[in-house]
Design a protein around this ligand. Sequence first.
Ligand code: AR6
Length: 208
Amino acid sequence: SSYPKSKSKSKTLTMSSSSNTGGGFKLSESSVLKINKGDITQWSVDGSSDAIVNPANEIMLGGGGADGAIHRAAGPELRDACYKVPEVRPGVRCPTGEARITPGFRLPASHVIHTVGPIYDVHSNPEALLRSSYKNSLSVAKENNIQYIAFPAISCGVFGYPFEEASTVAISTIKEFANDFKEVHFVLFADDIYSVWLKKAKELLQAQ
Ligand code: AR6
């Protein structure tokens, strides 16, 4: 399921200077992971082959948290595009662990990849589902020639996933599957999650 690029941007936008970057980590000879603090709705690297990942729900028509912020920033066209994504069963456009792509509309990033992380529950193997969310987001990005991708801390808000456990899944999955993107970013909203992610990246990856 590929989506044509909806617009050409005349201006290159980058994260505002208020977001700080805790450094780069090496994923491969040509690929880097960057951990930033900031608002993912403001993120873009080139405005034509970049995507932000939206931690959505299965209905995929918006919600609270980062999902709400992304829909507000993208404008009503994003909801219309989401509405057109076919349901796989009533009320489900994106099953937990899967990913779908739309244009970014009024966002600085050209695309949004919607994924649904697990609601944290020790009895339902949330780890495998969270890993699928990251892995399938990367696959959909690759199919659509995305070169730069930014993730929030999927499932770490409303869905209640503990940060430390989530950081292990997030960074190890990216280490395994993201080494042919130009740049993979995390854009983390709060100090506590940012610190946990930075510590985990130092543990699992080589600083650049
Ligand atoms: N930029 C970056 N990160 C953000 C932003 C932002 N603008 N806003 C919040 N976060 P959540 P989930 C962080 O709750 O846990 C929605 O209602 C936030 O602090 O957005 O996967 C959906 O519709 C947290 O660390 O996503 C679903 O129903 C992280 O993003 C449900 O919530 C993820 O928190 C999904 O829950």
